[in-house]
Design a protein around this ligand. Structure first.
Ligand code: SF4
Ligand code: SF4
Length: 303
């Protein structure tokens, strides 16, 4: 990979805050590393975690643990802000009053087949970035070298691409691609779309991470009054988490950037506006009634 001018790029490193070497590596870069059960540092990396989760990571883990997304998020995740505008992210939550991963066992990872993307990549860091004058994102990599990790001293050399295949990361990257693009677009749009409102951050959180709540949202009467989702598509979204995740990302592009991905019922916007006005009117009326009751009480007490 040629050296790129990274000055005007927005990057989205899943290893923010980690000791990532600043040199950018490509698919064909070779590196020396091997991790196995007999290394002296076994489990050291899982004893002090900083693992951000992608929506697909959550989907895989909640399926493995057979729990709803809300319960998974509560038990196994902790929120963080991905940028200064408060874009919501989630990380794996360590054990109570400790730094170790809740899935760590003496034998290694207790959810190995469904471990998150960042665990698969380690000690490689994926950097997704986009030049300010381009509409497509690029991937580059960096090497994480932490003193405790002795895998770098093991006698095995491979390219980053070979390592990605061995760790089963290609499928994870494919499933997370659209989400990473959305994040880059939100970061690069910056002032063009203004500071995201709390509601748009809540929508982002729900459609990205809390898919069972998002499913309930798209099944609600108010959603269906607004959006025209064909019956067979709705049936698929109700039954299939991956389809729901893809739909959620399209929904976010529609809600955050006004992209025309989801068909609305004719006049839906006007009806929503009318309902909001009626509700505002009812609230005003209720506030007026309350004020009159207080005045009446005051008057009765004085007499
Ligand atoms: S999920 Fe598995 S590999 Fe990742 S930090 Fe936890 S125990 Fe380690
Ligand atoms: S070699 Fe590195 S990745 Fe493997 S157990 Fe040790 S610290 Fe973890």
């Amino acid at each position: 990979m040629n050296e790129l001018d990274f000055k005007d790029m927005i990057n989205d490193s899943p290893f923010a805050g980690s000791p990532v070497k600043p040199n950018m590596l490509g698919d064909n870069t070779s590196f020396q590393f091997r991790c196995h059960r007999n290394v002296k540092c076994w489990n050291a990396c899982c004893s002090n975690i900083d693992i951000p989760l992608t929506p697909y990571d959550i989907l895989r883990l909640k399926k493995r643990l057979d729990m709803p997304s809300g319960e998974f998020l509560k038990q196994y995740s902790t929120p963080f802000e991905m940028d200064k505008d408060g874009m919501p992210g989630v990380k794996l939550k360590p054990v109570d009053e400790g730094t170790a991963c809740q899935f760590m066992t003496p034998e290694g990872c207790g959810v190995y087949e469904d471990r998150p993307t960042a665990c698969r990549y380690y000690p490689v860091a994926l950097l997704t970035m986009r030049r300010a004058d381009e509409y497509v994102d690029r991937s580059a990599y960096a090497m994480v070298r932490e003193k405790h990790c002795l895998g770098h001293l093991e006698d095995k050399t491979q390219t980053i691409e070979q390592y990605r295949v061995e760790q089963g990361v290609t499928e994870y990257d494919q499933k997370a691609h659209a989400w990473r693009q959305l994040i880059l677009k939100r970061k690069s749009a910056g002032p063009a779309i203004g500071k995201p409102t709390p509601v748009s951050n809540q929508l982002f959180f729900m459609a990205s991470y809390d898919m069972d709540r998002f499913r309930a949202f798209i099944m609600s009467p108010s959603f269906n009054e607004t959006y025209n989702i064909p019956v067979e598509v709705m049936a698929l979204l109700i039954a299939d988490d991956e389809a729901l995740l893809d739909f959620g990302l399209n929904f976010l592009r529609h809600a955050l950037f006004g992209e025309d991905f989801i068909e609305q019922h004719p006049g839906a916007y006007e009806k929503r506006l009318e309902r909001k006005r009626a509700m505002a009117g009812q609230n005003q009326e209720a506030a007026f009634q309350k004020k009159m009751e207080i005045e009446d009480d005051k008057y009765s007490n004085e007499n």
